[in-house]
Design a binder for this molecule. Sequence first.
Ligand code: PEP
Length: 255
Amino acid sequence: MPMAERPYIVGNWKMNGTRAMLSEARAIDRAAQRYMKVEVAIAPPFTLIHAVHREAEQIGVGAQNCFHGPEGAHTGDISASMVADSGAKFVILGHSERRIDHGESAELINRKIDSALEAGLRIILCCGESFETRDAGRAEEFVLDQLRASLPDISDAAERLSVAYEPVWAIGTGRTATTDDIAAMHAAIRGLLDEKYGPETSANIRILYGGSVKPENAREILSTPEVGGALVGGASLSAESFLGIVVGASETEDA
Ligand code: PEP
């Protein structure tokens, strides 16, 4: 099955996890071997990437961020090539917690994407509107502007790109967007990707949904048109709940 057709389920552990969590990663990895029609990955904190990479036989391992420059005097930062060297195969960029807590602009995210591509990494580019923006009826315009300012220009980069639509008000809140809203936003994002890269290239880019995805709602969300997978925060921290989402993905028509 071509890569872009498999549902892609990615756990974002955020600032959670010490070596004690390696047993969860191992459990996720071993169970994922039973669901080969689903592509499963986790992004642990930097400190665990190498250890999870060594444990992982089936799942992909990635980072949650990287610096935009190659190397040098940047205390506390981690470059894309260091991320790749630690065993990561992808990096999440533009997460709303980075945009909001660290003031990351779309332009900075675009530079990080270039660095990550240069280092050979795949990318999950996050976008999403605040509740105020949705309430003002400007969600689509806002998300498409965020993407226009960050998407890489080169179309062969598209092969290594996924986009994650994550309404900020749905992250970690237990609230999810309705499947109609998700379908409408994903269709708008697909329209932009078609316009930028052409439909053939765009078809290789999966659009994930993120925001309080759990075992109970995974199947419905993942069956929504244009939803190619899920970016999962809280529910990825235990193998049991994360695997419940993987099972939901395996039951969709695309799997
Ligand atoms: C996220 O932060 O990417 C996320 C979707 O978090 P949660 O699943 O906890 O809402």
